[in-house]
Design a protein around this ligand. Structure first.
Ligand code: SAM
Length: 284
């Protein structure tokens, strides 16, 4: 008997349904239900929320989310082998778990969710960053989610939460921190997973801000941060040369030294530069 519900221990579930982990699906399972309940608690108060979970696998985190009181969990899982195990969980929590068998990159979950919505997942490593970028760049802000509580490889978690001047600082940090508050809330060693991955993992909790921290056009900000960090060793007057013919004076207008490098520039200055550039293009 497990500690958080009356369902069988996850090791038994995996054995019974022959859920041997497949590398190509990024399967590294969490089998300790105390740990999955702890991760679920990092997602905040779940009682009045719908939760979107990507990749429930045998359902360790799903069970944590439900045991912590989630109103409803929508779980999208690509591997059909996990469906019988997930059906057992749905039966133990009547009306509170919906499972969709499919690719999270292809499915629009919104039709199945009622706000307020939180996202919680131990993400498959191969699609984690792509999903995060999608969730951070919706067509409208605020986004559909209140918070994202996501497991990443530790190195990716550090890129999301990085500060200027650090090696990990780049586009992902700017994107995440412009309209959300992002922090690492847990670090997990490889042994926490079955099978253990090669490197440590970390849980990042992001809360959507009602407004961006500093105003900027998302497309312009994206263009300049892409150009600046694609050549992060170069001075900005060189890396941003293709963005505007008179970039040197625009940088100065934005209070940025043209000789500075991308990794030295904070979010506020990138946003100022995006506004200056947009105004210059519009001839104002
Ligand atoms: N949540 C489970 C846990 O914590 O033990 C499993 C996590 S495992 C790292 C990632 C899960 O995502 C696997 O169950 C895998 O089958 C699933 N997955 C992989 N690619 C997927 C995709 N494109 N869409 C939905 N699920 C996917």
């Amino acid at each position: 008997m497990s500690s958080i519900d009356n369902l069988p221990p996850l090791r038994d579930v995996i054995r019974q349904h022959d859920l041997r982990a497949k590398k190509q699906l990024g399967q590294n399972f969490l089998l300790d239900l105390n740990l999955t309940a702890k991760i679920a608690r990092q997602a905040g108060d779940l009682r009045n929320c719908d939760i979107l979970e990507i990749g429930p696998g045998p359902g360790g985190l799903t069970r944590g989310l439900l045991a912590e009181g989630a109103r409803h969990v929508l779980a999208i899982e690509k591997d059909a082998r996990a469906l019988p195990a997930l059906a057992e969980i749905a039966e133990a929590y009547p009306g509170r778990l919906t499972v969709i068998n499919g690719d999270a990159l292809q499915i629009d979950p919104l039709a199945h969710l009622t706000p307020p919505i939180r996202v919680a997942a131990n993400l498959p490593y191969n699609i984690g960053t792509e999903l995060l970028v999608r969730w951070l760049t919706p067509s409208q802000w605020p986004p559909f989610w209140q918070s994202l509580t996501l497991m990443f490889q530790k190195e990716v978690a550090e890129r999301i939460t990085a500060s200027p001047g650090s090696k990990a600082y780049g586009r992902l940090a700017l994107l995440a921190q412009w309209r959300a508050e992002a922090r690492i809330v847990m670090t997990l060693p490889p042994e926490a997973f079955v099978p253990p991955p090669k490197i440590s993992s970390a849980v990042v909790h992001l809360t959507a801000l009602p407004e961006p921290r500093f105003p900027a056009d998302p497309a312009v900000l994206s263009r300049i941060t892409a150009a600046a960090f694609n050549q992060r060793r170069k001075m900005l007057r060189a890396s941003l040369r293709g963005v505007h013919p008179d970039i040197e004076s625009l940088l100065e207008q934005a209070g940025i030294a043209p000789t500075a490098r991308a990794e030295e520039i904070d979010l506020e200055h990138f946003c100022t530069l995006a506004r200056v550039l947009k105004a210059a293009r519009q001839g104002t």
